[in-house]
Design a protein around this ligand. Sequence first.
Ligand code: GLN
Length: 470
Amino acid sequence: MKLYSLTLIEAEKLIQKKDVKPLEIVESVMERINEVEDRIKAYITLTFDVATENPGIPVAVKDNICTKGIKTTCASKILYNFVPPYDATVIKKLKEKNYALIGKTNLDEFAMGSSTENSAFFTTRNPWDLDRVPGGSSGGSAACVAADMCIAALGSDTGGSIRQPASFCGVVGLKPTYGRVSRYGLVAFASSLDQIGPITKTVKDAAYLLEIISGKDEMDSTSAPVKVERFTEALTGEISGLKIALPKEYFSEGLDPEVKESVLSAVRMLEAEGAFVEEVSLPHTEYAISTYYIVAPAEASSNLARYDGVKYGYRAEKYEDLIDMYFKTRSQGFGDEVKRRIMLGTYSLASGYYDAYYLRAKKVRTLIRQDFEKVFERFDVIITPTSPTAAFKIGERVSDPLTMYLSDIFTVSANLVGIPAISIPCGLTEQGLPIGLQVMGNFFDEKTILNVAYRLETMIDFRKRYSPKL
Ligand code: GLN
């Protein structure tokens, strides 16, 4: 076995026992990157120098998470040369563990998208089929985990950006409860929805990486004062008596029959192990996408106001006065999707439309939360597909933003509500593309969703059975 295919837990054990040196793992991962990165293009910046000077387990980080002294571009022209003067809290925590940054991964510009096609630089390819997207927006992170170009990775999830690419690339992606992980140093997209989380080869790795990055942080007032739990200890695989809800709105039209069958067959496995399964309703599901696409752009329009060419990043070369400089910098610096969101957001926050759109969306958000709270009074977890289809072809949805937005139909609710959710691979389509299954849990109950995911992973054994042919 090559060292690059180690999981995080395996790598730690080997290093502890002094069977391998961190540098050997770094070198193996670098070799793997040299072998396949040309075809996949998962990385915006490679940091081989950092990883070899101070070797540790090589971790890849989405390029919207600030790394001191290392370019952080958000895959945008407007930040093409931005070098942060500080580390995000999650990066500090990785450094405390002596992990090594191996590179910064590609994403949709400012994390807006579901395919990495909105990156200002290039599109990442899906390791399972190079003509297909890896999902997004954390497509670079998911692709490099799937292709063994890192041991584990971090992504961010505002409406599905960890889980959907994890599902397209056949790896594990976890969006923690809102507030579980500090957002300090994560470039803000929609602050009430954004969370950083792990993208890993196994559920155990996700649990372990979550332990490392979690915790209250005085630099982020929305980080929650809850204690950091030992998530790995919750992975007993014991699920008898577990109560599973299957929301009927997530298994209806628009769902690819192969995806449906694969998810339901995994649920039947849990049932055979003594779990209790019942169909439920989350009646406001049909409003989730519209609510998300009011709330997220509104917050984004405000968060992105800071990119004006004054303090950092790109500035237009020729302009007449200050206003013209702002205008030209933003016109040239932002891509189409980012502009679309800024305009949508500004519109729904304008005084004449605020009540009709933004305020209404906030009310519907509460109704969606109440749907979930009601289900969690009686159930431990909710299981759904992660995305209605497997990975789509590059170019297939770029000219149709609405179809693109619909690939997040099953993931946005967890962000609107704030609950944790994990995606694990549960099978392959006939064409050989990974299918993702999502487990959602109650607030701060990552332990339960991780344990259910762990049990399924043991039974399905996806990683042993299938791997991308590269
Ligand atoms: N695809 C969704 C969007 O475009 C979610 C993105 C994310 O989670 N960052 O907004």
